[in-house]
Design a protein around this ligand. Structure first.
Ligand code: HPA
Length: 272
């Protein structure tokens, strides 16, 4: 089946299960499930039930799609995403974003755990993503372009919506949440970076580095969605002495920052 038909089939399956028409989609990163508690959930669908959906394999990634309301606004929320390092193709990694778009989602909010490549950052900081650098080895839009999904050569000059960035900054100030703004670099992983790589990532303009988000944002922009992304800084790679980074520490730091992120995203959705 061609991609367009696959997307339509999956969206049709989901549509007959739900009673709502969410215009906001949220993808939660590792250890950032806290937001699920804030959503007034109507239905949860396991990824394993959804036709054409890959199955999530990583610890800390739930693998469920939730539909419900946040402050009365209909949202859909994905707990568990697909990463290129798991072996999925870029088409698989970004398929859920295509399905969200087909379901009527206009605004996509993404969160992730990321390593800090800016030495001014601290573990536990939230960083609004203002731009990205795509260093993934494969592009999600490589290959035949189906014009029904978006243009052949999408503009990326404003990938992250400036209005949403400003709104998130206002909310953070009001709530007393200290917030950073920076550039996220997307790599394939699954290794964390070497000290020389963290340094290089900083030199080329990165403030944070991670293994997700960038392909999803590209596909969201291809489809004309508004995008907002926020990173939790779970480790600081840039340092004069080697810093050992483990997945457990990343999850722990993400979990610790999850309530802060949930508060920010909830307030953002309310004011969209
Ligand atoms: N590098 C890449 N991905 C990450 C990191 C990191 O330091 N921390 C959390 N995800």
């Amino acid at each position: 089946m061609i991609l367009f038909d696959k997307i339509q089939a999956t969206a049709a399956f989901i549509k007959q299960k739900i009673n709502c028409k969410p215009t906001v989609g949220i993808i939660l990163g590792s250890g950032l499930g806290g937001l699920i508690d804030i959503v007034d959930k109507e239905i949860a669908i396991d990824y394993s039930e959804i036709p054409n959906f890959p199955v999530s394999t990583v610890k800390g990634h739930g693998g469920k799609m939730f539909f419900g309301k946040m402050d009365g606004r209909e949202v859909m929320l994905m707990a568990g995403r697909f990463h290129y390092y798991e072996g999925y193709s870029m088409e698989e990694v970004t398929f859920p974003v295509r399905v969200m778009k087909a379901l009527g989602v206009e605004t996509l909010i993404l969160s992730n755990a990321a390593g800090g490549t800016n030495s001014a950052f601290n573990i536990g900081d939230l960083m609004i993503v203002k731009d990205h650098i795509n260093l993934c080895p494969e592009h999600p839009l490589r290959g035949h372009n189906d014009e029904r999904l978006g243009p052949r050569f999408p503009d990326m000059s404003q990938a992250y919506d400036q209005e949403l960035i400003n709104l998130a900054k206002d909310i953070s100030a009001e709530q007393g949440i200290s917030i950073r703004t920076g550039v996220y670099i997307g790599l394939q992983g699954p290794t964390f970076e070497t000290p020389a790589e963290y340094r290089m990532l900083h030199i080329i303009g990165g403030d944070a580095v991670g293994m997700s988000t960038v392909p999803e944002v590209i596909v969201a922009r291809h489809g004309g969605m508004r995008v907002f992304a926020v990173s939790v800084i779970t480790d600081i790679g840039i340092s004069d002495v080697p810093v050992i980074i483990t997945h457990e520490e990343v999850l722990e730091a993400a979990n610790a920052a999850a309530p802060k992120m949930a508060a920010l995203v909830a307030a953002l959705v309310k004011r969209l």
